[in-house]
Design a protein around this ligand. Structure first.
Ligand SMILES: [Zn+2]
Length: 340
């Protein structure tokens, strides 16, 4: 049903001998009440080249199939070129570079060891076009409403996924109002294995922000990317509970963002973010929410109004979903093993 390019299979699915254990085990040190792992141990466990490159605060970790760019005292990092937001920044202490343990386990491990993410086969996907009916969602100055674009994009995603032999359910098929609670309830009581919520963004009154960002539920022990306390630097950040699907959610968000951004050169990568949006929080199975572009940015609005662009967007999102499903269904892996 789904074939993966060999390079992708190697990167995502071949458990290199030392990486195959269920949970990474690290010695930790505590700094300001948070646990950290020595970068040298992190590099060894994930089999990056021992000699990482450091240029001022920038750290470059490479291996044959991976590339991780970190920056001391910064939460922003790039994994194979895709932006991630860490919960805590890497830091330097007593001439050692330290990696936040919670981010290794919750943010990076599901991506760096995709094969170790517990399988949950994907046959049926529920697509959730954001807003609808009296809830118009974001609106542009020219009167473009988010609810119409999300439904159009959802229909394009549906058609492409059907062609790839997935069963599809929708939370709405026309311009109807459906509450967030009902959307999550529909998903939980359905046979759908995955929930994909589609939205358009707005940064009104700021016309500058543009690009694509993908959200997953804030995993256990981490704070939401835009948490108010974090923004204002007040005290300890909230540490959320996450759910049983933290690792699947993170991998799903990463793959969708990776494919969406690499498939659309015009779109800026705003990264993978964590939030407690109601549809994600109430989802009893893996779920992801995609903010596919800003209606408050006139250039991006123009693009989003072009059906060809929306088709490209749909195709890129579908590539990410197919890749996630292939990993969960392990088809690519089996094919590769058979050929050997
Ligand atoms: Zn929305």
């Amino acid at each position: 049903m789904i074939r993966l390019p060999p390079r992708v299979i190697w990167f995502l699915l071949i458990p290199l001998s030392r990486l195959a254990s269920a949970e990474p085990v690290f010695n930790t040190v505590t700094v300001n009440g948070r646990n950290y792992v020595n970068l040298a141990d992190f590099v060894r466990f994930y089999q990056f080249d021992r000699k990482w490159r450091q240029n001022g605060p920038n750290l470059n970790l490479v291996s044959k199939y991976r590339h991780l760019q970190l920056r001391l005292n910064s939460r922003e990092c790039f994994c194979n070129g895709i932006k991630l937001w860490l919960n805590d920044p890497p830091l330097e202490s007593r001439s050692s570079i330290l990696m936040p343990e919670v981010d290794i386990r919750r943010t990076l491990d599901p991506i760096l060891r995709a094969w170790a993410v517990p399988r949950r086969p994907v046959r049926t996907i529920m697509i959730d076009p954001g807003h609808g009916g009296e809830d118009r969602g974001a609106s542009s100055r020219n009167g473009t409403h988010e609810k119409n674009l999300t439904l159009d994009l959802a229909n394009r995603v549906k058609r492409l996924l059907k062609e790839a032999h997935f069963r599809i359910l929708m939370t709405r098929r026309s311009d109807d109002y459906v509450s967030l609670e009902d959307r999550a309830e529909m998903f939980n009581s359905s046979k759908a294995d995955l929930f994909v919520s589609l939205h358009m963004n707005s940064a009104k009154p700021n016309p500058t922000p543009r690009g694509i960002e993908t959200y997953c539920l804030t995993p256990a022990g981490l704070s939401s990317t835009g948490a108010i306390r974090r923004r204002w630097g007040i005290g300890r950040f909230d540490e959320e509970k996450g759910n049983r699907f933290d690792t699947q959610n993170m991998l799903l968000a990463y793959l969708v963002q990776q494919k969406a951004v690499s498939g659309i050169s015009e779109a800026e990568d705003r990264g993978i973010k964590r939030a407690r949006y109601l549809v994600l929080k109430n989802a009893g199975k893996p779920a992801v929410l995609i903010e596919a572009g800003f209606l408050s940015n006139s250039t991006e609005e123009k693009r989003l109004l072009d059906p060809k662009y929306r088709q490209k967007l749909a195709a890129s999102i579908v590539e990410g979903l197919k890749l996630y499903a292939a990993i969960m269904n392990r088809q690519g892996f089996k094919q590769k093993v058979k050929r050997k």
